[in-house]
Ligand binder design. Structure first.
Ligand SMILES: NC(=O)CC[C@H](N)C(=O)O
Length: 304
């Protein structure tokens, strides 16, 4: 299949419809991103590659990084992890406080902010230098030693961290945060600030398409059983209160970030990433969702 010409065809069709949505502006640095950017990259587990548009330009992966922190925490904590964070879809926005009080500080899942903050707390307890050691892990997973945090984006998010501060304080009250709040938040904002191109993002997520093993380095990142479960969590929770819509239209496990990136995984086949910064009201890339819907429809490549 010639993926590049399929990308081109879908993009040309979608280009005719008016661009809707707006870039995330609650993080001042993200508000500066050019809304017209568009990139896509597909990597198969048997080494085929296809790109289109701005696929070699770095962007902030934001909440997509929550899958990587979950991977490391699950590796270390095994099933104990689920005492502190659930595996149910929340049906609420990514930064919602509502359920958290009702459910006594146990977040519904690790893909929403509260859940990711608990995962960061767990990782902080395991590591001497969480930021450094986590970056080392991401570099290993991706096979890319040059990946970096963006201190500009992390610092920018800190200036507007009121809701995340409320979430973590509520969880501290319910004894679900063990470390210093500022330390955990600093780690979380850095994690979200990691920058990747579409190509790097698809490569990084290939272990989830290949039963836990990076197909290029042959390194096992996590067990096949845990890979199944991480993919299940992405399927049910990766798009917050739009997770059902993503499943329904795209039919793949995936994860979005407010930087406008989306990565989707087809177990046994490929990882596919798309970047378009205009977001819908659920905080997911508008054009990115449409593009992926067209791609899995056209190719008939979905898990269902
Ligand atoms: N959905 C997202 O990408 C949100 C991540 C962002 N860093 C936040 O905490 O709000």
């Amino acid at each position: 299949m010639n993926y590049t010409s399929i990308f081109e065809k879908i993009f040309k069709e979608l280009e005719k419809t008016p661009a809707t949505g707006k870039v995330a502006d609650y993080i001042p640095e993200l508000a500066k991103v050019d809304p017209e950017k568009f990139g896509v990259h597909l990597t198969t587990i048997d080494d085929q590659h296809a790109s289109f548009g701005d696929s070699n330009e770095k962007f902030s992966i934001q909440s997509i990084a929550k899958v990587l922190s979950l991977t490391l925490a699950y590796k270390w904590e095994d099933e104990k992890l689920w005492h502190r964070v659930g595996v149910e879809p929340s049906g609420t926005p990514f930064n919602s406080l509502l359920q958290l009080e009702h459910e006594k500080g146990i977040p519904r899942n690790p893909m929403i902010n509260s859940g990711a903050l608990v995962v960061c707390d767990i990782l902080t307890s395991h590591m001497e230098n969480p930021k450094e050691e986590f970056l080392h892990f991401v570099r290993k997973v991706s096979g890319n030693a040059s990946l970096q945090y963006s201190s500009t984006i992390a610092e920018s998010e800190k200036t507007m961290s009121y809701i995340n501060t409320a979430l973590i304080n509520l969880m501290k009250y319910f004894n679900n945060i063990n470390n210093d709040i500022d330390e955990v938040m600093d780690f979380y904002f850095n994690l979200c600030s990691i920058e990747m191109t579409c190509k790097e993002l698809a490569h990084t997520f290939l272990y989830l398409a290949n039963y836990g093993v990076n197909p290029y380095s042959k390194e096992r990142i996590i067990t096949a059983s845990k890979t199944k479960r991480i993919n299940a969590i992405m399927q049910l929770c990766g798009f917050y209160d739009q997770a059902g819509d993503f499943s329904f239209k795209i039919g793949l496990p995936g994860k979005s970030g407010v930087g406008g990136g989306i990565v989707a995984v087809h177990p046994g086949k490929y990882a596919l990433s798309v970047w378009s910064p205009r977001l819908n009201t659920n905080g997911n890339s508008n054009l990115g969702m449409k593009f992926l819907e067209r791609f899995t429809t056209e190719t008939e490549y979905s898990i269902f």
